[in-house]
Write a protein that binds this ligand. Structure first.
Ligand SMILES: C[S@@+](CC[C@H](N)C(=O)[O-])C[C@H]1O[C@@H](n2cnc3c(N)ncnc32)[C@H](O)[C@@H]1O
Length: 291
């Protein structure tokens, strides 16, 4: 774990897993700038505007695409829907536990604390030191808002939050699929052991996308369509929503959510697709009680 040091001119080299946070940030900004925003993340507009100049000289395709707001509208919609749903998970948790502790693992440039602050929550944002260094230009720590600059996989960050009584809500939005399965399992087991009664909300991909032809489709999408680097690929997933229960007897599956659930009454065909397991459980969110 390191302390972040703001470097006014630094911007990440595009392509790596950390740069995926720029993509989600610009999706939030494009949603907020649209006629009918889903998420209303106005902070993202401010951050994206600051990045625009820094990305101007980049020859990287992804950097140029996001700077020019050339992101497919369905991706923007899905990322905004996902963030809104995670806001709702937090609001529901804080409805029951107003003094609860929320830990956003792999936060990127998300500004959820600004959106959900109830005046009582203890909120932690955690990401790689290079992201947290850039974040610190836009977000300031306080007595209830804390940033942790650390790899998720250096488990010493857990000590930083263990002084609280909890209960804890852990979020991992668009993150676990980029980490090796053993590491995700180790982390979830550790959280279960150390924070009994806590909750975990995380996005997962279906395991079938990790091998064979499916893997090649994922790599095509990440690298050819989104222009992410060769090392950005899905490394872990679940076969079904209950799978984490097999990792520790104390883990209990609570519910799951797919993008298709949030289209509500808008399109009949999407309501139908919700019930097609193959599609619903391609990339979705699971919610567990740990311990
Ligand atoms: C797709 S972005 C999602 C960001 C944010 N959760 C959101 O939805 O806007 C994935 C994030 O996971 C972070 N990440 C990936 N591997 C990580 C690791 N080992 N430790 C800490 N953060 C990591 C990346 O830096 C990036 O910010």
């Amino acid at each position: 774990m390191t302390t972040s040091h703001p470097d006014e001119d630094a911007i990440l080299p595009p392509g790596g897993v950390a740069f995926t946070s720029f993509l989600t940030l610009y999706c939030h900004a494009m949603d907020a700038e649209s006629k009918h925003p889903i998420l209303h993340d106005t902070k993202s507009i401010e951050i994206a505007a600051a990045f625009d100049g820094m990305l101007a000289d980049s020859v990287d395709t992804l950097a140029q695409n996001i700077r020019s707001r050339r992101i497919r509208s369905d991706i923007v919609t899905h990322i905004a829907m996902r963030a809104k749903k995670y806001d709702e998970y937090v609001q529901e948790f804080l409805g029951t536990f107003p003094h609860g502790v929320v830990v956003n693992i792999g936060c990127g440039f998300d500004s959820r604390f600004v959106r959900i602050d109830n005046g009582l929550v203890q909120y932690y944002d955690l990401d790689l030191p290079e992201i947290m260094a850039i974040r610190s230009r836009f977000f300031t720590d306080s007595d209830r808002y804390h940033s942790i600059a650390s790899s998720i996989l250096e488990f010493s960050w857990i000590n930083a939050i263990s002084g609280h009584h909890g209960p804890f809500l852990f979020l991992a939005e668009g993150v676990f699929m980029y980490l090796p399965e053993n590491d995700v399992r180790d982390l979830v087991r550790r959280l279960t052991q150390m924070f009994p009664g806590s909750e975990l909300v995380c996005e997962v991909v279906n395991k079938k996308w990790l091998s064979g032809i499916y893997r090649r489709i994922v790599e095509f999408k990440l690298q050819r369509e989104l222009h992410l680097g060769l090392d950005v690929t899905y490394q872990s997933g679940l076969a079904h929503s209950n799978e984490m229960e097999e990792w520790d007897l104390r883990i209990r599956f609570l519910d799951d959510w797919s993008y298709l659930d949030s289209y509500q009454g808008r399109f009949l065909w999407l309501r139908v697709l919700r019930h097609v397991q193959f599609i619903r459980y391609t990339q979705w969110t699971v919610h567990y009680r740990l311990g």
